[in-house]
Design a protein around this ligand. Structure first.
Ligand SMILES: [Zn+2]
Length: 120
């Protein structure tokens, strides 16, 4: 079975997937991968679907795939409209100004535990 990205996008929105998110995606069961793919497909047109995070994760949004697995992302329109650019400088949306507003960055995909043990 291929370990490469199987996400199929039918969108003109630019979707940047971080290496760690891709690793997380590859670690999901096939069933969860399909669910994650469906969610990510919706995000370009519904980028506020995820809940905005607070504290050290301010600037990012998170959305559940299941009760145990989540996707953490940011969207450049969000970065700018909410003044989150400065929060997302490190490893999230560095060079935000270089991206068109409709750029979606998938930061992490994986189980809820562990993802919050590190500030990214
Ligand atoms: Zn941005």
């Amino acid at each position: 079975m291929s370990q490469f990205l199987i996400l199929e996008f039918d969108t003109l929105v630019s979707i940047q997937i971080r290496k760690r998110a891709l690793e997380g995606f590859n670690g999901l069961s096939r069933k969860l991968q399909i669910k994650a793919d469906e969610i990510i497909q919706r995000l370009p047109s519904e980028h506020t679907l995820g809940k905005s995070l607070e504290g050290p994760f301010k600037g990012l949004r998170n959305i559940w795939i299941t009760k145990k697995f989540r996707i953490i992302y940011c969207h450049c329109e969000d970065c700018r409209n909410n003044g989150w650019v400065s929060y997302n400088l490190n490893k999230r949306c560095e060079n935000c100004d270089d991206y068109p507003p409709d750029t979606l960055h998938i930061i992490r995909i994986g189980p809820r535990g562990g993802m919050y043990d590190e500030v990214f």
